[in-house]
Ligand binder design. Structure first.
Ligand SMILES: [Zn+2]
Length: 66
């Protein structure tokens, strides 16, 4: 596998965000911590992690729809 292909694959790995209850904070697998006062990051239209730029995948919250 070429370096470019490996880099592309790495980019496709999602950044997994887990809810850090009870204060509405979320922690991403890249180390980001985000306060979400209202609903979940995805409910707020966040599809990508603002820190690492990867696709945002959230665990918990109300994102069981897709
Ligand atoms: Zn991230």
């Amino acid at each position: 596998m070429s370096e470019i292909a490996m880099a592309e694959k790495a980019k496709q790995e999602p950044c997994l965000w887990t809810e850090d209850a009870p204060d509405g904070g979320w922690i991403g697998s890249c180390g980001i911590r985000w306060e979400c006062d209202y609903e979940t990051p995805k409910d707020n239209g966040m599809n990508f992690c603002p820190k690492c730029g990867r696709r945002l995948e959230q665990k918990g919250g109300t994102d069981e729809r897709d």
